[in-house]
Design a protein around this ligand. Structure first.
Ligand SMILES: Cc1ncc(COP(=O)(O)O)c(C=O)c1O
Length: 442
């Protein structure tokens, strides 16, 4: 076959390019690859074959619904003004003037302000940005806590969290060079404040960077932030909330108090220092992104210290963010979800997932007692149970984990009831589980 490379090789242009020595040899290998068009078709066909099965993903906290058409209209409007058509970049602090004029810092600021209001941060005292993911937001929260505590005390803090925290928290602790203190859990999987108090007392000379999880990854437990605050009184500490999943939906329910920065009857009484929420989990934003929100006071204390290790000359200000280049498309697109017009849908989804989680656990408790299903609380959209057959795990993309129950290890799986997990999907799942139980008993 006459490939493009050979054709160019025979042609004058190719000879000229080779003779001038300006053609790197690795480009030849690229040119010789299979016809790219047929390869693209195969890859696209593979994706298309999965599209109607997306609702069967029950094991991970990703909203597989397609966002409303208004979201795509908004996306088109952004494209019409150039966003996502060339290299916009949100480098730096969205609350400062950017050296790159092609950014979406204005949308980013508005998004942060709107969500900060939803979480009841003081209106004039908020700071944040749209990160690459929940993990990235946790990284900023932990880095900010580490920097502030070291600045205040001269000592690097220890990190306190439970084994139920997301695995990335352990990675981030390692990355930040933090010694971990594992706090025991209560029966539902939430942090035990009594054990926390004891562990803090055993480490009186090191400040405490506490990562509390609002919706633990596997069991869906909620670490009790007010009891944690009580336990840390008198100890230099910073409390970061990892609310990757529950932080998305709780504000739209009657349980919003669980996640508020300050309670309506106790203004001026901060319950935590920073919060991380994933955008692709509850909101169903089509690609990974995260909210990171803290107070402007914390940010300025952090930035004063950060400025000592970071030379701001290149971008004309201390960025306040760890990464340099940041996506400009996602903040502009995610702005859609911070608008009042989006909240009716989000409220509906938030109610639906809690109702459907109740339905699932009740049905399993009556029809599938052998699986011993557990839901940590009525605020959780997660149900975990004894691991079914691999066929079920595969069909519904279930996450599995070995858990210790009554001093014995057992294999478990869980379902995270996201907005796409409607009654129809759950009914199919329950029927499959019943069939699986019968087949396995034979
Ligand atoms: C509690 C918790 N924190 C953090 C993460 C990681 O979030 P992301 O996937 O947005 O990085 C997860 C993901 O499942 C999670 O469950």
């Amino acid at each position: 076959m006459l490939t493009r490379r050979r054709f160019l090789g025979y042609s004058g242009a190719g000879m000229l390019a080779m003779a001038s020595g300006c053609r790197p040899a690795n480009l030849d290998a690229l040119q010789d690859r299979q016809d790219p068009w047929s390869a693209n078709q195969m890859l696209l066909a593979d994706k298309a074959s999965r599209i109607d099965r997306q609702k069967l993903v029950l094991g991970y906290p990703i909203n597989m619904n397609t966002p409303p058409s208004a979201f795509f209209d908004w996306r088109q409007k952004l494209i019409d003004v150039g966003i996502n058509t060339f290299a916009y970049n949100n480098v730096g602090n969205p609350f400062e003037k950017s050296p790159i004029p092609y950014n979406s810092h204005d949308f980013e600021r508005e998004t942060i302000k709107n969500f900060a209001e939803l979480f009841a941060f003081p209106q004039k005292n908020t700071w944040g940005f749209l990160s690459h993911s929940g993990t990235d937001s946790n990284m900023h929260g932990m880095y900010m806590g580490r920097t502030i505590l070291k600045g205040r005390t001269g000592v690097i803090p220890k990190a306190y969290f439970t084994v139920e925290a997301h695995y990335s928290v352990q990675i981030l602790g390692d990355l930040l060079g933090l010694e971990t203190v594992f706090v025991e859990t209560q029966p539902d999987g939430s942090m035990d404040p009594i054990d926390l108090r004891q562990k803090l007392a055993a480490n009186p000379n090191q400040p405490a960077l506490i990562v509390a999880t609002i919706g633990t990854t596997f069991k869906g437990a909620i670490d009790p932030i007010d009891h944690i605050r009580e336990a840390v009184k008198g100890h230099a500490s910073f409390l970061h909330l990892d609310a990757a999943l529950f932080g998305g939906y709780l504000p739209y329910t009657t349980h919003a108090d669980e996640i508020l920065y300050q309670l309506p009857d106790q203004p001026n009484s901060a319950r935590y220092d920073s919060i991380a929420v994933s955008c692709h989990k509850f909101f169903g934003f089509p690609s990974p992104a995260g909210l990171f929100i803290t107070t402007a006071d914390h940010f300025s204390e952090f930035n004063g210290l950060f400025g000592k290790i970071h030379n701001p000359e290149y971008i004309h200000h201390v960025p306040g963010t760890i990464t340099c280049s940041r996506d400009a498309v996602k903040p502009a697109e995610f702005y859609f979800f911070s608008q009042p017009s989006a909240s009716a849908n989000l409220t509906e989804d938030a109610h639906a997932i809690l109702q459907n989680a109740s339905y699932l656990v009740e049905q399993m408790q009556s029809r599938l007692t052998n699986l011993q299903p557990i839901r940590a609380s009525h605020l959780s959209n997660t149900v975990y149970f004894k691991k079914p057959s691999d066929k079920i795990i595969e069909k519904y993309s279930l996450a599995t984990m070995q858990l210790s129950m009554n001093q014995q290890k057992h294999d478990y799986a869980h379902v995270v009831v996201m907005p796409h997990a409607n009654r129809e999907v759950l009914s199919e799942f329950l029927a499959d589980l019943e069939h699986d139980t019968v087949t396995r008993a034979l």
